[in-house]
Structures are given as C-alpha cells and as structure tokens.
Design a binder for this molecule. Structure first.
Ligand SMILES: NC(=O)c1ccc[n+]([C@@H]2O[C@H](COP(=O)([O-])OP(=O)(O)OC[C@H]3O[C@@H](n4cnc5c(N)ncnc54)[C@H](O)[C@@H]3O)[C@@H](O)[C@H]2O)c1
Length: 464
C-alpha cells in the first residue's frame, strides 16, 4: 500500500524514466483506496452565513454586490492590500444599508482573518498564486472555503486541499460559476432525462481573447495572470469549460478521468501582442511567454467517454466555452445554442439529427426543459447579473445549502480533479503530448458516489 507522498515520488521517478522511453504513466490506480469522507459532506445549518472576502478586486466586489441582496448572508469582513479596494467595498455595503465589515489589510492579513471568530466562510477572490495559501489558512482556521478558479494548479496542491478539507471537516468548493449557466444546466437536465441518450463525448473550452485586460488594467497594476503565462505552458484555466461537462458525465460520481493528453500551439498572436500591443510604458513589453495561443487537450474517462478541452486567451475570436455534448440520441451545443435529437427525442436510428434543429424547435426545447433552478430564480438572476445570471445562481445555491445544512453542489474532489489538469496539461504539452494519468483524489469512492441531483431552491426558505 502506498501513501500519497510515496505515490508522488514514484510517479515522478516513473515519469522521469518513462519520459525517455516515450510513455509517461503516472499510475493513479496505485493509490490505496481510502474513501472520500467529504463526498456528500454537509455542515450544521447556519442561520446567518458570515462571509469574509479576501481580495476585493473585480470579482470580490461583484460578489459583495450580489450577496448583499441574498437572504441570510452577511459580508462580515473584507481583506485586501489596497486601501481603495477596501474603501469601495465598505462604501458599497453602506449604500446597501448593510453592516460595516471588519477590515483586514496587508499581504498576510488574511491569516488573522482566517483565525478570527468573525466569519464562517472565506470567499477567496485573490490572484491565482494566493488561492492555495488562503484556502489552506482558512481551512486550518476552521472556516469553510469558497475559492475562485483556478483553485489549485499542481497535483501536490490538490492533495493538500483534499487532505486539509478532510482533516478539518470543512467545505472547500471551487467557485465554478459556469455549472450554473443556463445552457449548461439545460444540458444537464436533458442528460438526466435521457434525451441525449448515453453520453459518449463532450467538448468544452475557455476561449476568450483576454489581451485587452493587460491594457485596461495598466498602469493601475501589472496583471498577475501574465506572471503565470510567462512561467507555464499547458492550460491554466481548465474549469469553466470542463466542470459543467464533468457533472453531466458523472465524473467523480460513477466515472472518473483516467488520462489526459495535451498539445500547445505556438504563441504567435501573444508574441505579437506583447511586442506591439501593450500600452506605452508597460514593462512587460517584449516579454516572452510560455503559454501557447491554443492549448488542446483530450481526456478519456475510465468509463470510456472522451472530452476535448481548449484554452486560449490571446487570439482574436468570439468568446466560447463550446459546451458540446454528444450522446447516443443527439447533440447539444452552445455559442450559439443549438440542438439536434434523433427521432424527435423518441428513439429510432438515423433520423432527425443530421442538421441542427430550426430556431423555433430549439427554443421550445430550451423553454420546456429549462433546469428547475433557472425556472425558480432565473429571472431575478438575469436582473442581478454576473455573467448573465449564473454568478447569482451560484451564490444563491451555496448560501442556501449552507443555511439549510445541505451538501454543496461540488466538493473538494471536483476541485482537485480539475485543478490538477494545469500541471498535467503542461507536463503533457511539453513532452510531446504524452498521456498523463489523472490521480483519483476520491481514492475509489467515485465508484459508489451519488450522482449529482437536479437541484433547486425552495423559495419558502429563500425570501428574496
Ligand atoms: N469565475 C469567474 O467567472 C471569474 C471571473 C474573473 C476572475 N475570476 C477569478 O477571480 C480571482 C480574482 O480575479 P479578479 O479579476 O477579481 O482579480 P483582481 O486583480 O481584480 O482582484 C484581486 C484582488 O486581490 C487583492 N490582493 C492581492 N494580494 C492580496 C493579499 N495578499 N491579500 C488580500 N488581497 C490581496 C488585490 O489587491 C485585488 O483587489 C482570480 O482567481 C480569477 O481567476 C473568476
């Protein structure tokens, strides 16, 4: 029987040996089956959820504005390194007649907040390099953690998140808002109803030309994502396109990711932008980056399903998370939304899905099979905003679950399974796309784990 460190050491040794032989295989199956105590974990119902927000930048402020309108949630503390961000957060809460938050200021101030009795939950919306330190400090301080994506980047960090959550018996959920997107939830609902048949393949992405951000934010500060792009190849932001597909495909709930192969294109567009596109005076001008213009990965699950996953932040193109799900009875896709089902949803071979259905029929499906959560709070979510409403639904769900004492929609195992792909895609892409085994962070519990339910919110307990 191997413990985790032995597994990592052997994996690295095996990797070093096999790289030369051309067949790297990090053998996740060798990890001892130890169960996954945080699967289905629920804490005691909380009458009021006291949240401490670490990092009140763009994402943290958006969250403060949204949760201030939710029942039973109080932003009890804010933590940042910048006065103007803290002041904006305080002003926003004052405008909404919410209690004044306690302030923690400074690069290490999150530690005092995490150890304090001021909050129950840490909402971690810091830059990437702080995600793991803040989450670990929070869990070690006995706080539940909701942590922005990408929540952990390496296999080792992912094990640390899993082990700490298990040891401290606290939630550690990645804030993957895209699982609450309207089409993602429609897809999930159709899959659960069997209308797509058996799912065999899916495609997801974070294809977002984000170059403008480097200029929008300059000279206020140097954008931290570029530090990562300079140091790393592969896919640093896998979760937006992937996690909704994982829920639809029962990853960690009856199936699990087996292995991944990944390939990077060169970064001609990014190199051009870094040489000529940055605002005058930006010291990053001419800097060389390791991230490719397009990363493409292929995943195979133990159950035989495949997923194609892409990442680009540097080419001129429309935004897309793809969200294409292929079943034995039909296919659904987003960007734009389209659907084609064989035999009108009643099964017979070779008819009905040769072309996308016309807009009217597709819209009928969209309305008729809307996910219950979108039926219940979709309208208010759209008005509240946040990526078309999915941010509101995400915040409504975690706060509702915490107040009702229900399990959260995803667990630390989902965080780890998807976060570790940052390292695995980089290792594969920089080693001629060799296959990388995806560790089984559930240590066998995926086989019997309950499938994700079609969840909802009971408005009797959620008075908006
Ligand atoms: N889920 C989504 O749709 C989505 C969208 C955008 C960003 N994000 C994620 O949200 C996170 C934050 O992104 P952002 O755009 O808000 O970034 P941002 O740079 O606007 O905000 C980060 C904040 O963290 C603060 N900070 C830095 N060091 C700190 C420290 N030591 N202690 C406390 N605060 C510190 C900064 O001062 C800043 O206010 C990132 O992980 C990003 O990937 C997610």
């Amino acid at each position: 029987m191997q413990n985790r460190r032995e597994f990592l050491r052997n994996t690295m040794l095996a990797g070093a040996g096999c790289l030369a032989a051309g067949a790297l295989r990090a053998d996740a199956a060798r990890v001892a089956e130890g169960g996954a105590p945080m699967l289905g974990f629920a804490c005691k119902p909380m009458e009021t959820v006291r949240v401490g927000v670490v990092g009140v930048g763009s994402r943290g402020m958006g969250m403060i504005n949204r949760v201030s309108k939710l029942p039973g949630v109080v932003v009890a503390a804010v933590c940042d390194i910048q006065d103007d961000k803290i002041n904006k957060a305080k002003q926003s809460l004052a405008r909404q007649k919410r209690p004044e938050p306690k302030v923690y200021k400074g690069p290490e101030a999150f530690r005092a907040l995490c150890d304090s009795g001021d909050v129950d939950v840490i909402y971690n919306s810091t830059p990437w390099h702080l995600h793991v330190p803040v989450a670990l400090a929070a869990m070690n301080g006995g706080k539940h953690v909701l942590t922005e994506v990408t929540s952990a980047f390496t296999v080792e960090e992912c094990w640390q998140m899993v082990e700490t959550a298990e040891k401290r018996k606290v939630h550690c959920m990645q804030l993957e808002n895209c699982i609450y997107g309207e089409i993602e939830m429609l897809t999930f609902n159709l899959a659960r109803l069997g209308m797509l048949g058996e799912i065999v393949h899916a495609e997801g992405a974070y294809n977002h030309d984000g170059r403008h951000m480097a200029n929008d934010l300059f000279p206020a500060y140097q954008y931290w994502r570029y530090d990562w792009y300079r140091e790393h190849a592969g896919n640093p932001y896998p979760t937006h396109g992937l996690v909704p597909l994982c829920l639809t495909m029962d990853v960690n709930r009856g199936d699990r990711m087996d292995y991944i192969v990944s390939i990077d294109s060169k970064n001609a567009a990014f190199a051009d932008f870094m040489a000529h596109g940055l605002k005058k005076g930006n010291p990053r001008a001419g800097q060389k980056l390791k991230v490719g213009d397009m990363n493409t990965s292929l995943i195979r699950t133990v159950g035989g399903k495949t997923i194609m996953l892409q990442h680009t932040v540097s080419v001129p193109r429309p935004y897309s998370r793809l969200q294409r799900v292929q079943g034995t009875r039909g296919m659904i896709a987003d960007y734009p939304y389209r659907i084609a089902l064989e035999g009108d949803g009643k099964y017979y071979y070779g008819s009905g899905a040769h072309a996308w259905w016309d807009a009217k029929r597709a819209e009928e499906i969209r309305q008729k099979y809307k996910h219950p959560l979108w039926k219940t709070i979709g309208e208010i979510a759209k008005k509240s905003g946040g990526h078309g409403g999915m941010d509101y639904i995400q915040d409504a769900r975690w706060s509702y679950c915490l107040r009702m004492g229900l399990p959260l929609d995803t667990s630390v195992y989902d965080l780890a399974t998807t976060g570790c792909l940052c390292e695995l895609t980089e290792r594969s892409a920089t080693n001629r796309s060799q296959a990388m085994d995806v560790p089984d962070f559930t240590r066998g519990a995926w086989k019997t784990a309950k499938k994700m339910d079609v969840v909802d919110i009971d408005l009797a307990h959620f008075k908006i």
